[in-house]
Design a binder for this molecule. Structure first.
Ligand SMILES: Nc1ncnc2c1ncn2[C@@H]1O[C@H](COP(=O)(O)OP(=O)(O)OP(=O)(O)O)[C@@H](O)[C@H]1O
Ligand SMILES: [Mg+2]
Length: 263
């Protein structure tokens, strides 16, 4: 199949985004082009304000680009939903629903019957290790547990694409390591196309098949790095020389971006 006929999972073509602010018009994204293969695990890194969240929101269909298009599986994105699961930085769970009901919520919206959605919810609650908390309410859970519920919920609707905006940003190092492992296991068992934003270079190398480095002023893609590390991966992967070599390389590149932004 020729390159031009290949169907990518996500294609971002000539995307720019202008926000109208009081001070005038602000260019947040300038001419972003990306082609993402099915089941790729993409991590996006770059300094604060370089447009990571903006790009993710456009892919999610939460708002349109100013120019350009995003296609998911060959179809132009015109709104949210339809095969896209989103996990935000702050766990957006329904406080009045139990863990089980939160995980099953999207399935209910899709019209899946009660028994089937309970079965699916149980499966993902098990994968994220929360069996004992299926009947608990969000307020009874720690931050890390809530984030695991959010991931289970995103997985439960079986989206083609999973979009995650710094999902582990607010967590302590221990919980974060646990959830990285959890997400890795889930993804290794059931592949999906993931678009995962993080400020943590180590996290990016551990999770991803490719890393997108973005730069600010205005936001654009600076470089795409292939992470050649094999799978399965787990926390011990962090101890290997290959891992550390890549991490240092990425750190040097990203650190430069942060310094340039300080100027
Ligand atoms: N709705 C909006 N209205 C106006 N300006 C916005 C809006 N959303 C984002 N911006 C601006 O666009 C730029 C990119 O923001 P964005 O949130 O995408 O950055 P980011 O890379 O996700 O940063 P962080 O790492 O801090 O989350 C910022 O300068 C921000 O102020
Ligand atoms: Mg952001």
């Amino acid at each position: 199949m020729g390159e031009e006929n290949k169907t990518y999972e996500i294609v971002v073509s000539g995307v720019t985004k202008r926000f109208e602010k009081k001070e005038g018009s602000f260019l947040a994204l300038d001419e972003v082009n990306l082609k993402i293969d099915k089941n790729e695990f993409i991590c996006v890194v770059g300094p604060s304000g370089c447009g990571k969240t903006t790009l993710m929101n456009i892919i999610a269909g939460l708002y349109p680009p100013s120019t350009g298009t995003v296609k998911v599986r060959g179809e132009v994105v015109t709104g949210p939903g339809k095969g896209k699961g989103v996990v935000f930085q702050q766990y957006a769970l329904y406080p009045w629903l139990t863990v089980e009901k939160n995980v099953a919520f999207g399935l209910k919206m899709k019209g899946v019957g009660k028994e089937e959605r309970e079965e699916i919810a149980r499966k993902y609650i098990h994968i994220v290790g929360l069996d004992k908390f299926a009947k608990s309410y969000p307020k009874e859970l720690s931050g890390g547990m809530k984030q695991r519920v959010a991931i289970a919920r995103a997985y439960a609707t079986n989206p083609e694409v999973l979009l995650m905006d710094e999902p582990f940003g607010a967590l302590d190092a221990q919980t974060r390591a646990q959830l990285q492992e959890n997400l890795l296991n889930t993804w290794q068992q059931e592949k999906k196309t993931c678009f995962f934003i993080t400020h943590d270079v180590e996290e990016a190398v551990l999770l991803s098949t490719k890393i997108i480095i973005m730069s600010a002023g205005p936001g654009h893609v600076r470089e795409i790095i292939d992470v050649g590390l094999g799978y399965p991966r787990n926390q011990e992967t962090k101890l290997t020389p290959e891992f550390n070599e890549l991490k240092n390389e990425l750190w040097n590149k990203v650190y430069k971006e942060y310094l340039e932004q300080e100027k």
